[in-house]
Write a protein that binds this ligand. Structure first.
Ligand code: HEC
Ligand code: HEC
Length: 426
């Protein structure tokens, strides 16, 4: 059997050496589509965070990203679930912090390109997003008062903070600024909720400003989590410059997969541009698994956005509410269509970040592709998008698509960016 496979493979590779018989020939339209997928540009600027490019904010953010003291029990940091060695995710189906959640930890590769954060997009700023895992009782179970006191009382953290944001506020009066507290709308009797809700609004504002600034440093750091050129990018460059030596970076099989991706597979309709995401939300018809409540996805994400304080249009943003950056937020509509929609994930470095989907239901790329080959029209909730009808992908197509997806992995980042620096300031 193995010998037979060997001869088939040998035969195929011999055929590949013959003049261009089995070469993928690209039409001008296809070439134009491929150009939309590569190279990856720098992430767009974030005017809502004026510290987004600040070198000291980057450094402090990196320190805090790996810092377990931000969590309630001192054991979890952002990196516990967004581990650089695991494609900035955690290798688990559902995130496990203090408790097990219901959603998969998304990769942070190229996160600064995202317009909405979380699978349901319930945050519109990378800096405001950070407070949610930090305070979630499932994840880090930290709280904003504790974080503010930590920064104020640790001399190295305080000095790093002051070099970026100016004088740290005086929080020493524990009557006004209890040692622990956060809003907990689902647990109104929790002592931490009571402590927070009894504070004067002006004092709450002071603490919120400190944690918004902490978020701004975390954003400054995460903006550097940018993927590096993958074999696919070398190929795309070679195609454009007609450099055959570069085109061989993509195997014939992966090139055929690319042709399906931009063609009859229709993947490029949602996985658009160099990040391979349209940064928007779709219901791809994933059926219900397990007994828990149905995840409404984007529908509930929009409800949450409407009461979110740390948005681009909120009091801690560095742009006024009517800045063009906030247009999408201010004109949000919530419709039945949003039931069961989730954000299109990036496909860069996708081979590193199994399991897949918002709930981590698929352990491998094979399983994801088997789903697309014959997407059951039985969505857990809402309506599956029409684009996904009858793609008619054969077993061979799936292998080719998989080879293409695997060609989207580039080198890792330098160690200087993937671990906690020795101190909060450079
Ligand atoms: C216990 C695991 C866990 C920890 C700890 C954690 N996260 Fe996450 N993170 C998740 C999960 C799960 C999601 C998706 C949640 C959702 O969509 O509802 C997420 C989403 C995100 C996103 C959105 C990415 C996107 O593309 O939408 C960012 C950014 C992020 N986390 C950064 C952080 C930062 C910064 C910290 C530390 C302050 C942190 N995370 C701590 C599990 C974790
Ligand atoms: C209608 C839009 C749409 C189309 C078309 C589409 N996708 Fe997706 N894709 C999504 C969305 C949305 C998700 C996340 C769904 C979820 O988790 O509920 C996703 C998830 C994925 C994932 C898992 C990513 C992860 O990190 O979990 C892969 C891989 C993927 N798609 C590849 C493909 C391929 C290959 C095709 C073409 C055969 C394709 N997609 C077509 C919207 C689309």
């Amino acid at each position: 059997m193995h010998r037979l496979l060997f001869w088939i493979a040998f035969g195929l590779s011999a055929a590949a050496c013959q003049p261009a018989q089995d070469e993928v020939r690209w039409t001008p339209q296809q070439e134009a589509l491929i150009r939309t997928l590569s190279p990856l540009p720098s992430p767009p600027v974030d005017p809502a965070n004026r510290y987004a490019q600040h070198p000291k904010a980057r450094h402090l953010g990196q320190y805090l990203f790996f810092e377990p003291r931000l969590s309630g029990n001192g054991k979890f940091s952002c990196a516990s679930c967004h581990n650089p060695a695991l494609g900035w995710s955690d290798g688990k189906a559902q995130a496990v912090g203090l408790k097990t959640g219901t959603r998969n930890s998304p990769t942070l590769w190229n996160v600064a390109h995202q317009r909405w954060l979380f699978w349901d997009g319930r945050s519109d700023t990378l800096w405001g997003q950070a407070l949610q895992p930090l305070e979630s009782t499932l994840e880090m179970d930290g709280d904003r008062l504790k974080v503010a006191h930590l920064i104020g009382s640790d001399p190295a953290l305080r000095s790093a903070y002051e070099h970026i944001f100016g004088r740290f506020p005086d929080l020493r009066d524990r009557q006004r600024f209890p040692s622990s507290g956060k809003p907990m709308p689902d647990q109104l009797q929790d002592p931490r909720h009571l402590a927070w809700s009894q504070m004067a609004p002006v004092d709450q504002h002071v603490v919120n400003q400190v944690v918004a600034n902490v978020g701004k440093t975390l954003e400054a750091y995460q903006r550097q989590i940018v993927s590096r050129p993958a074999p696919f990018d070398t190929f795309a460059e070679g195609l454009q410059t007609q450099d055959k030596a570069k085109q061989v970076a993509l195997s014939l099989e992966a090139q055929k997969g690319l042709r399906i991706f931009i063609g009859r597979g229709q993947c490029i309709l949602c996985h658009t541009g160099p990040v391979m995401s349209d940064f928007e939300f779709h219901n791809i018809g994933l059926p219900k698994v397990g007994k828990g409540p149905v995840d409404m996805g984007r529908f509930d994400g929009i409800t949450a956005l409407r009461t979110e304080l740390f948005t681009g249009a909120g009091p801690f943003s560095d742009v006024p509410p009517d800045h063009a950056r906030n247009d999408k937020l201010l004109y949000l509509t919530q419709q039945e269509n949003n039931h069961g929609e989730f954000k299109t994930p990036t496909l860069r470095n996708i081979a590193q970040t199994a399991p897949y989907m918002h709930d981590g239901r698929f352990a491998s790329l094979e399983q994801v592709l088997a789903f697309y080959a014959a997407p059951a029209n039985a969505p857990a909730v809402g309506r599956r998008e029409d684009t996904l009808q009858d793609l008619k992908l054969s077993a061979e197509d799936l292998l080719q698509l998989k080879a293409f997806l695997e060609s989207l992995s580039g080198p890792t980042l330098p160690a200087s960016l993937t671990q906690q620096p020795p101190a909060p300031a450079p």
